[in-house]
Write a protein that binds this ligand. Structure first.
Ligand code: ZN
Length: 257
């Protein structure tokens, strides 16, 4: 049997401690519900990391032992240390998969990987969302029908300030009229990145079976195919060539001898 995919679910884990409504939905934290769904898939080893642990739970050892990282944050993006962001970024460029969830759109790691503001419109009115599956042949939508319907969600609307995705997987329609690029993939270095919109803390989104299915699929899709540290070497020619000593003269024009 192939080795299991090593997954680290990172959660800010603050709302669950301070907000009763969130505590009720996720008594042990959103990361535990997400992790349970991933474990049930059978081909993943799951560990957890949260903001208030030393090094936010993302020590060199943990990051180096991770194939795919999931990231949920919201109220404390600014408390994530730049050193840890750099560590995660380096690992993504080397080949680690990164799945950014919902309000993680404003996380330091997402904005660092994409290089844009990642801003959007939002509204909290428990409205209906329909995520249209644009790529039924993509590994991330395996087993998902024409759309996923979520009865109560926070609205995210365009314009979402992201670089054009390599592929757009889901587009959302909201009851209030807006649309949003809800499932997007990019490659950065050797790493694969998936942004998935659903997951507001006061709605039971991560208990939804279809949302869980997308996350399982996304982990399988994002697992590294190569893990390669970046180097920038001076290199010898493959063919035998003689070094040329060319004199371009004062005017930058090649002088005939
Ligand atoms: Zn939210």
């Amino acid at each position: 049997m192939a080795d299991k995919i090593k997954v680290t679910v990172w959660n800010e884990f603050r709302h669950e401690k301070t907000n009763d409504a969130v505590k009720k939905l996720y008594p042990d934290g959103m990361h535990m519900v997400i992790g349970k769904a991933l474990k049930a898939a059978g081909d993943m080893d799951v560990r957890y990391a949260t903001l208030d642990e030393p090094e936010h739970g993302l020590t060199e050892k943990v990051v180096n032992d991770t194939d795919v990282m999931l990231w949920w944050g919201h109220m404390a993006h600014h408390e994530v240390s730049d050193e840890i962001v750099k560590r995660v970024q380096k690992k993504v460029l080397e080949g680690m998969g990164l799945i950014v969830l919902h309000s993680g759109h404003f996380s330091k790691i997402f904005r660092t990987m994409l290089g844009t503001n990642c801003s959007l419109k939002w509204r909290e009115m428990a409205e209906k969302e329909r995520l249209w599956n644009l790529e039924p042949g993509h590994p991330i939508t395996e087993g998902i029908g024409e759309y996923i319907e979520l009865p109560n969600t926070e609205m995210y609307g365009e314009r979402f300030d992201i670089p054009t995705p390599d592929k757009l997987i889901f587009v959302s329609w909201f009851e209030g009229g807006e649309v949003f690029r809800s499932g997007c993939v990019w490659e950065r270095g050797h790493g694969r990145i998936f942004y998935f919109r659903p997951g507001h803390e006061t709605y039971p989104i991560f208990h939804n079976k279809e949302v869980q299915k997308v996350l399982v699929n996304a982990v399988r899709w994002a697992k590294p195919r190569i893990m390669k540290e970046d180097i920038c070497p001076n290199t010898q020619p493959l063919e035998k060539i003689e070094p040329k000593h060319v004199d371009f003269g004062k005017a930058g024009i090649l002088q005939s001898s």
